[in-house]
Design a protein around this ligand. Structure first.
Ligand code: Q46
Ligand code: ZN
Ligand code: ZN
Length: 329
């Protein structure tokens, strides 16, 4: 059996990119070191801040919430019910159970109750991809709730795999604007609150291991609406590169943060956005409602469209195998 690099006791995880194995105690210490390095390198949080963690019920956001609390930060949770069939139902149950087990404050927003639509219906009615409708809604609600409730900063559970996959896609397209904005910290200003991604130095596998070691129950299934999307294909490609040459994924992303992002940030667009005439959120034009208000306007007042109906053929097969033909169509 392999041994922990730090203490020689039996190891519970091997980390090829560190070329070492660790016992649970030393693995957790390593995670905390990586978390603190990200937080201090990018001036993400202080222990006086009131932090709102966007929790989805998945391993990353629950591990982030748990780690921040363990590290002595003041962190409450925000859960958004997206109305993605049984996947959302299960995510809600798991998130509430985690919060209740530790006596934590959890703010909930049910998009259907508060805004009159759910993500599959918004995608079906508007023709937007589910993830684009979902991302737009989440960004708007995160900002709105964090500012309304007086939080200093909103933290999301994006990990190194997520950020490397996004970077890979942006690079393949040479999308300079997105490359410029892909920072682990977005400072407050122009009507937006501060947003941070403290897990950018930790991988998906490490976060799953964190949850197992800490006994945290999380939603294991991927969101059914993500099945077959490019983001997962990019993750897969990077994982294959990383298996052939451990550390490639981390050096691709962390090298961008150290050497490329600062250069691009110097040329940042400084144009302040206008305010949405409807909700007051930042908007591209003062005469037009913001993108979220436009989405609400077109997505409400329709009969709910079941998740399965807005998936492509490949995704539908996977959905049926995982959740059954629950919508009966
Ligand atoms: S929840 Fe929403 Fe994700 Fe599902 S619809 Fe796409 S963006 S995949 S993080
Ligand atoms: Zn050890
Ligand atoms: Zn608006």
């Amino acid at each position: 059996m392999s041994k922990c690099r730090s203490c020689g006791e039996p190891a519970v995880i091997d980390l090829p990119r560190h070329n070492a194995n660790f016992c649970s105690e030393h693995f957790m210490q390593l995670c905390h070191r990586q978390l603190e390095k990200a937080i201090s390198d990018f001036d993400m949080l202080s222990r006086e801040d009131r932090v709102l963690v966007a929790v989805s019920g998945g391993k990353d956001s629950l591990a982030l919430w748990d780690m921040l609390l363990e590290a002595g930060y003041h962190a409450d949770g925000l859960y958004i019910g997206l109305g993605i069939g049984e996947y959302s139902d299960e995510s809600g149950v798991i998130t509430r159970a985690f919060a209740a087990s530790q006596g934590l404050k959890l703010i909930e927003v049910d998009i259907r109750n508060e805004h009159g639509f759910d993500i599959p219906t918004a995608a079906g009615v508007t023709g937007r991809s589910p993830c684009s409708a979902c991302g737009l809604s989440k960004r708007h609600i995160f900002d709105e709730v964090a500012q309304r409730e007086g939080y200093d900063v909103l933290a999301t559970g994006h990990n190194l795999d997520d950020e490397a996959a996004v970077l890979f896609g942006n690079t393949l397209r040479w999308d300079i604007e997105y490359l410029r904005r892909q920072a682990p910290v977005l400072t407050a200003g122009n009507g937006f609150g501060k947003k941070v991604k403290p897990l950018v130095r930790l991988t998906e596998r490490e976060m799953a291991a964190w949850c197992v070691i800490r006994g945290i129950d999380y939603v294991v299934e991927e969101c059914p609406m993500a099945v077959g999307n490019k983001h997962l294909a990019y993750k897969d490609a990077l994982n294959r590169l990383d298996a052939a040459s451990p550390g490639t994924k981390a050096s691709f992303y962390l090298g961008y943060l150290e050497r490329m992002q600062p250069v691009l940030a110097e040329h940042a667009d400084v144009d302040a956005p206008s305010s949405c005439p409807n909700c007051g959120a930042p908007s591209a034009s003062a005469d037009q409602p913001c993108a979220f208000c436009r989405l609400v306007d077109s997505a409400t007042g329709h009969d709910a469209i079941p998740v399965r109906m807005v998936l492509n053929k490949k995704a539908r097969k996977i959905f049926d195998a995982q959740w059954g033909s629950q919508d009966g169509k």
